[in-house]
Design a protein around this ligand. Sequence first.
Ligand code: SF4
Ligand code: SF4
Length: 636
Amino acid sequence: MNKDYKFVDQAIEELLPKVKEAGLDTVWDRFKSMQPQCGFGELGICCRICWKGPCRIDPFGNGSQRGICGADAHTIVARNLIRGIAAGAAAHSDHGRHIALTLLEVAEGHAPAYCIKDEKKLMSVAARLGLSTEGKNVRQVAKEVALATLEDFSRQNSSIPCSWARQTMTAERAEKLTALGVMPHNIDAVVAGIMNRTHVGCDADPVNLLLGGLKGALADYTGMYLSTELSDVIFGTPEPVITTANLGVLKEDAVNIAVHGHNPLLSEIICDVAGSMDEEARQAGAKEGINIVGVCCTGNEVMARRGIPLATNYLSQEMAVLTGAVDAMVVDVQCIMPSLGVLQECYHTQLITTMATNKIPGAVHVEFTEKTALEDARRVVELAIEAYKRRDKNKINIPQYKETAIVGFSAEAVFAALSKLNKEDPLKPLLDNIVNGNIQGVALFAGCSTTRVAQDHNFVTIARELARHNVLLLATGCGAGAFAKLGLMTQEATEAYAGDSLKAVLTAVGEAAGLNGPLPLVLHMGSCVDNTRAVTVATALANKLGVDLDKLPVVASAPEAMSEKAVAIGTWAVTLGIPTHLGIIPQVTGSSLVTEVLTDKLKDLVGGYFIVETDPLRAAGKLYEVIRERRKALGI
Ligand code: SF4
Ligand code: SF4
């Protein structure tokens, strides 16, 4: 653990000394003052599940080997792990439920701010869910899709799997997971089931608990998949768009509104109304009107669909406020640091919470509802303009760093680009190039950023190394944010870092798609909830090849993982058969049994497994080795 690292993001490096001069704390200062962090917690061997505890197991074998109730290290670690998975699944699926309920409101005419922007996608979703669309208008289909989706949150018959899980993976995978008893039938019931079985005095069998964790992770997958697809229906499916990223996207002469969190329901409407309020901003003295920027995954959502510039990703969210140029930080759900409420006391920035379940001391709360979204969005922009008038020009410090980023590669956008090479069979060019070795394999980068490593460093190091070995790179979430900020979503990066055969393929596709050059080195697939876009591509490839997902030369990496959502995502990736790298030691190593299951035994069960490697170059080597092994097994 290096607490005095240098940042690869020069904007952070430049701003930090000025923050220190002002005597303010950042996430990195608090990380330092938290040292040494609790070793029991790091190993996962502490338990606070009941009030006889907290209990902790002595990892050296000298002290207690069982909690007061008799739970051993394996039970405690497994329980802690799957509770994290349940929390991740709850976060993603509640987001998904919110989108599905909004679709229902749109269909019933109760949400005037919204419409169905992608009818084609709506129809393809309906077909996937087995719904007939014949003779029905768009609203009727939307209502049926919303109701069928909500059944995945309410079905009581546990022998019927969630539609959004069953219909989105290979048939072979669905059968395997059903036979294992880990296919979810009802997202909420699975989350509740984990909380139930981990209550004091319930499931104590670590392997049984871990199987419950796989089911919880697939509930997470289900919630994520439906969230992404229905968001596309309402807001449009992303297509490639050129934008910019890093703190230099903030403008000194504009009212800067940062949208932060994960759920696009309000941020999309803020983007809609901002244009009509530009004049009000100018009258307040902002010569350049209103400038909306993104932070974290709400940032990824509006960047992918609208080309809204990204200010920064998760770990450096405080830096946006510390530029002194953000007039309003508008937050919805997840990954919002409570410290923003403290920092805004030293700056003019107005922190605005918008969701009833996500309030922060110090913030102004503008309660968002789908019915009043237009009024809510206007209120948010008004608050930003009022805050702009309070700005202290002497405190403005915008690091002048920003990079071009070509973003918005949904699965549909990838297929559309490939169709320029082969209209009848768009997947064929990709498959041919994988089979002939021009593309060695595919790596999906996902997950957060964390204080445990120099922010963004692992992402960039592993990506460059894999690209050199002709591995096609996809990214979501704060990993995507890192690549966007640091110039890896550009054609220049492809020229600089891609191996020769990968470069040739990216150039052929990019030229055919009218980009006048190659595709960017890393394809931006959206926010962290959008990881399922990569599964769409992988499942299409697997089906075309006639193999299951666990045979594909496809890997995933969460090199700076942090949140419970990342734990859930990594676990479903593994459950789908995808070897998944973690660049952070997971809080499970206090149990040799749990560690062995996750890193080894799962391979026999589901094909996927976790690869834990904190050194990014060695991690890239291990991921490439897995790709080579899978190619060999396929005979290619
Ligand atoms: S509850 Fe666990 S992580 Fe927290 S201080 Fe106690 S032993 Fe450490
Ligand atoms: S459930 Fe058992 S191990 Fe956990 S705190 Fe209670 S007594 Fe301790």
